[in-house]
Design a protein around this ligand. Structure first.
Ligand code: MFK
Length: 566
């Protein structure tokens, strides 16, 4: 018999996910879990079977832009891939956005929705991108109090009826202002108010440099009303309906689709707004502040996607390890291979608990259940979670590819895309450094906030979390968390020089992120021991604690400067 290598395969991605199922069993009352489990199991089945097979078959398809028709008319049509078309229908029918807004189970509906998104994401070629923006737009419009726009758009964004569904774009990035959105140059020109309308009408002129999922029916975008000052405060938040009643783009030209490293199925475009009709969402200023509900929702999706992609890579790697024989035995019997995978599982498991904890807090915030301290905790943990899990996803994906040897580097295995798609996670929705600075803003690094600022809310939260732990192996690990946070708190309090604070902000933020991950893992490990007689979360917590939590170290600014000179 000639040698045949069996490829990795997937089973029902819900049924076989120990971490997800154990977490849901802790967080949901048993009767609610029994009610939602069929939806999760069905999504897990789709993700492990049909959608995954389609994804492999659809590997080479990419979105296509047709700018001109045969008769010389500008059409700017974008055709998305077959899997994307199917993914939209599945997402809508399964309520991958809607579940969070139907609130059938109160604040826990946000967790249910994130669990659906987590299962859906790895088999649908980043269709989670338009879904994240759609979710964020619904949240932003609801927060705006603009009843006219809420009634007009939100029912479409959160429907379960595919023919009614709209996706939303988030058009922020410009050539001048990628991260520094306040530099945006798009101008909003007010138009004469139409007869018998009390609505102020604007037209937008400018160039949007990265607009994800350009096929959306609506977009939220930023533009500067004429006469407004520079900076983020001078921008206003606008609502656009991208097409007219004949399906033609409304004074929007698609200049080109971006040629990206990954997320290649996402039709990210460069646009010119050439007088696009737009409506104010809430006031003529403070656009950056007003769009932040959208940013915080897409950052949550980013974290959920990060843990979802880690889980996918590991599911494939575990399966392959049983099938691949080398040096006389399957890889799953090789100590070094297993040790490597165990390290990756540990990172993924820790990241999972932080991403889903932010989902819990987000759900409680939306249900109006957070007190001031918890609201502050959510504000700090959202960027911390996004930046920590984004970094973990890239490093886990890279190792997952390596665990396949050369096969991990070959495109038609469907593996390299895991690394390419993961690489976007620390970049879009705020890079690691921008989010580290956002975290500094959130904890009051300008020292003007007063109240429960600094690391205190996180310290109190973690202290409460680990109080319930009684296994001595876990109480020892709790000390690692508390020591890391104490160090972070004293570093923050003592570092008065803004340049030193900024230079260390990434290490500081990652320390908070890893400490929060370990604390959440410890809390879950104790529960899992007590309720499930399962020691695997404990093993993950022990390994994670040894992998490094406290990353804070000061480097001399002179060294930093000299090392970055050519
Ligand atoms: C599958 C995964 C899902 C992802 C799919 C999405 C695909 C979409 C792709 C994209 O569109 S990526 C583009 C995303 N762009 C960014 O994320 C921008 C990154 N830059 C930042 O986040 C900067 O921190 C920021 C633009 C917000 C800084 O701008 P400014 O003008 O310097 O803001 P400023 O003055 O610091 O803050 C303005 C107000 O907003 C302040 O409040 P006040 O007016 O009350 O003082 C801030 O406190 C508040 N603020 C800022 N960030 C906030 C926030 N509030 C709550 N949450 C936040 N995150």
């Amino acid at each position: 018999m000639p040698f045949e290598q069996a490829p990795p395969t997937l089973d029902n991605q819900y049924e076989s996910d120990r971490v997800l199922r154990s977490y849901l069993a802790r967080v949901f009352p048993a009767e609610i879990l029994a009610e939602i489990e069929p939806s999760l199991s069905e999504m897990g089945r789709l993700a492990g079977t049909e959608l995954y097979q389609l994804q492999l078959a659809d590997r080479l398809n990419e979105p296509k832009l047709t700018q001109w028709d045969a008769w010389g008319n500008r059409v700017d049509e974008v055709e998305v891939t077959p899997l994307w078309r199917l993914a939209e229908r599945i997402a809508v029918e399964h309520g991958v956005v809607a579940t969070a807004y139907e609130r059938k189970h109160g604040s826990l509906s946000r967790v249910h929705q994130c669990a659906l998104a987590y299962l859906f994401t790895p088999s649908t070629d980043i269709y989670s991108c338009p879904l994240a923006m759609t979710d964020g737009a619904a949240r932003t419009l609801l927060a705006s109090g603009n009843q006219r726009l809420i009634e007009r758009a939100v029912p479409h964004l959160i429907t379960r009826e595919p023919s009614e569904f709209w996706t939303a774009g988030q058009w922020m990035t410009e050539l001048t202002g990628g991260s520094d959105v306040g530099l945006s140059e798009t101008i909003a020109k007010e138009q004469p108010r139409p007869a018998n309308s009390d609505l102020r009408a604007f037209r937008l002129y400018g160039r949007k440099w990265f607009t994800s999922a350009v096929t959306s029916q609506i977009a939220l975008t930023l533009a500067r009303p004429e006469g407004n000052p520079a900076g983020g405060r001078g921008l206003a938040l606008f609502y656009i309906e991208t097409r007219d009643e004949n399906g033609r783009l409304r004074q929007i030209e698609i200049n080109r689709l971006k040629d990206k490293l990954g997320t290649r199925k996402v039709p990210t475009a460069e646009l010119t707004l050439a007088g696009t009709p737009a409506q104010l969402v809430m006031g003529t200023t403070d656009g950056v502040r007003n769009i932040t509900p959208l940013l915080n929702i897409t950052r949550l999706w980013n974290g959920i996607s990060a843990v979802a992609l880690m889980r996918r890579g590991l599911a494939l790697a575990f399966d392959y390890a049983k099938k691949r024989v080398a040096f006389g035995a399957p890889l799953s019997e090789k100590a070094l291979h297993l040790d490597t995978l165990a390290g990756l599982q540990t990172e993924a498991e820790a990241a999972f608990h932080l991403a889903f904890y932010v989902a819990e807090l987000t759900g409680r915030s939306e249900a109006g259940e957070l007190d001031e301290h918890e609201a502050q905790l959510l504000r700090v943990l959202t960027p911390v979670m996004k930046l920590t899990t984004g970094k973990q996803a890239v490093s886990v994906a890279s190792e997952v590819l390596e665990s396949f040897g050369g096969a991990g580097y070959v495109e038609d295995t469907g593996l390299p895309v895991l690394l390419r798609d993961s690489q976007v996670l620390p970049i879009w929705e705020g890079t690691t450094n921008v989010l580290a600075l956002d975290m500094l803003r959130a904890i009051g690094a300008d020292r003007t906030g007063g109240g429960a600022r600094g690391v205190t809310p996180l310290q109190s939260f973690v202290t409460r979390l680990v109080e319930s732990v009684h296994d001595p192996r876990l109480t020892n690990l709790s000390r690692v968390v508390l020591e890391a946070l104490n160090h972070a708190a004293s570093w923050f309090e003592e570092t008065k020089d803004r340049s030193i604070l900024e230079a260390g902000a990434r290490r500081f933020a990652l320390t908070l992120g890893r400490a929060a991950e370990l604390a959440l893992l410890i809390r879950h490990a104790q529960w899992s021991q007590d309720q499930e007689r399962d020691g695997r979360a404990t093993a993950a917590a022990r390994r994670f604690a040894r992998a490094g939590v406290d990353l804070i170290v000061d480097h001399s600014l002179d060294d930093v400067r000299s090392l970055t000179q050519p």
